[in-house]
Design a protein around this ligand. Sequence first.
Ligand code: GLY
Length: 416
Amino acid sequence: MNVLLIGSGGREHALAWKLRQSPQLGKLHAIPGSAAMKSLAECHAIAVDDFEKIYACCLAKKIGLVVVGPEAPLAGGISDFLGAKGIKVFGPSQKGAMLEASKQFAKEFMDRNSIPTAAFTALYDAAFAREKIKANQKYPVVIKADGLAAGKGVRICADEGEALEAVADFMERRIFGGSGSKVVLEEFLTGREASVLALVDGNSFLLLPVARDHKRLQDGDAGPNTGGMGAVCPVEISAPDLEIIKKEILQRFVDGIKKERIPFCGVIFAGLMFTPGGPKVLEFNVRFGDPETQSIMPLIKGDLLALLKACADGKLAGKELETSAQTCVSVVLAAGGYPEAPEKGKEITGLYKVPAGSLVFHSGTAIKDDGYITSGGRVLSVTAAGANLEEARKKAYAAVSKVSFEGMQYRKDIGV
Ligand code: GLY
């Protein structure tokens, strides 16, 4: 079967690496793919929102399954568009993608379906939001822009002043455009976070090994929020928490999409907080996580393509996931100036010195004069698996030590 993978980041590089191991794979194509993905897939310079051209590519290349990486084309309705033309897609419908593209939609879905989450209020205009904030007695409080904001639309506000500033930024200054036309005011939860990803075919789910990413730029969770500076997989989950994840989060999610007739074939990614009152959902994403995927893929032993195809065919029930007993650590190497103003065009050295057995997934690189240069904020995800966390960290950081580029930043405490 020929497969078309949509996207160009480290997540898609890891997916391409894993899909290439499938005995069912004919030819792998990518739109747009990346310089590094060219050794794994035939890459096509087509925009991810140009659905007509993507469809034409599916016909020309006899694509049996489209796998969508990023959220934007899902929110734009790529699955509905291609699905209506008879193309199989792993990635939810536009309505399903609203679970990521609208915080309000997601919170109300959780509420209707008794999925444990923080208390919230949706606020539709700035004057009303200010009124609610002035009446709020409990800080910190969380304010989220309703729409997609590249992971930057969440503010933890320590006091009334910060909350009012968030409302002004999101709703009046519109720093995220229309994504801030509504906001969600949310109870602040404490605890450790985890990323729970499951494959879904619309009727059942299959839990992937649970990962944890590190969102802040610097060690000890200091500095600004980023798209993710590294990930570890699996993380330890107690038996009672695992029970809640399966029964009260994932099963209720599947029951909810069925009851509400939301077509959903793809990944549900629940960002969780393990609170003293049990695991609660902070947010839903409707795609594989980045950099979580870079730490999950090396642990999947079976045929990923067979599972994604089973989802697209509505035949996931009864399928099992074969995973390695190892632990995997993925360290993101980011550009100088990231996240505000990443420097680009810096020569990357030492990639060929990375020890065999470690993996380097490219998030933002380009080719210049036969060598790689930086071309994005997050540049590389250096990944290694080991018998335990300590060994995986040691191997991952040994690989990191071989690579360099001017301004390179990375955390030394991934997995800690
Ligand atoms: N690592 C968080 C995300 O993919 O949204």
